[in-house]
Design a protein around this ligand. Sequence first.
Ligand code: PBG
Length: 332
Amino acid sequence: MTFPGHFPTTRLRRLRQKQWIRDLVAESSLTVHDLILPIFLRTPEMSPEIPSLPDVKRFTLEELPSLVETISHVGIPAVALFPVVSSSLKTDRGCEALNPDNLICQAIQGFKKYNPALGVITDVALDPYTTHGHDGLLNNQQIDNDATLDVLCQQALIQAQSGADAIAPSDMMDGRVGAIRTFLDQKGFCQTLILSYAAKYASSFYGPFRQAIDAAPLQGIIDKKTYQMNPANSREALREVSQDLQEGADMIIVKPGMPYLDVIHHVSHTFQIPTLAFQVSGEYAALIAAGQKGWINTDQAMTESLLAFKRAGACAILTYWALKMAKHLLCK
Ligand code: PBG
């Protein structure tokens, strides 16, 4: 690519001198339609506060009407639901994930009742439900990939039956998108979207989330590195995405977000498919904490980070800042 022009004829600062011209030549923009709000759901005996995620609350089913109203009022198009499962319901095999009356299924029905037009995305993975904290079934200190697929299909089905619009497998088992797509189609849910966490890295940025859902401490000699991706790799992300697309994924998530902007760029430009970024809990917590210390301006840093996802090629962003961002965009 060649760029015409030489100083002093070409002065790029001319394009930056006033807000109107900066707006006019902006290459990317952030709107409320880009935002997805992750929501934690709890039962009444649990605390609403999440110490590691300031200003993010866990909600009960009773609180859904007012929550839905707030979200709908600002125009956020979709929510992503995550349950906090009481430790008394956690088992080795995560059976509560398959209970059609579990917290998440009731929450899906609640959201659909209070605003059927609001998109509901649900997580498919076993970690909130297992006593060992893993996303899959643990067998002899290994995550049993193929046995896990059967459970994930059942979990996806009860979520679809409850009214979920999009199923988001975040477990990173091989072959899960194809298995879930086939199973949902057989059961008559061919319109349920699959939003695959195709490029999900084994990241320390998930720490506050694991506290938020009260995930059991990881047991055994293995950690999530045997199924989540190595942060060193980006070509491998393209293989993951390509495979999930062949298996029937409609959209792709890259996660975490900011440390993986290059991956968002590669994926969205290579495949030209809806690519979503997840600004995960640790990213949110870090920006809030630095703001609380007076070291950065959190509002501005959030706006800049979310815009960066758009510039990198994301079509939408999951962010705990979605409500604040939406309110800010409305006032502009
Ligand atoms: C679980 C899941 C995780 C997140 C979303 N789904 C955590 C993990 O894989 O350990 C992280 C989200 C966040 O940190 O905000 N399958």
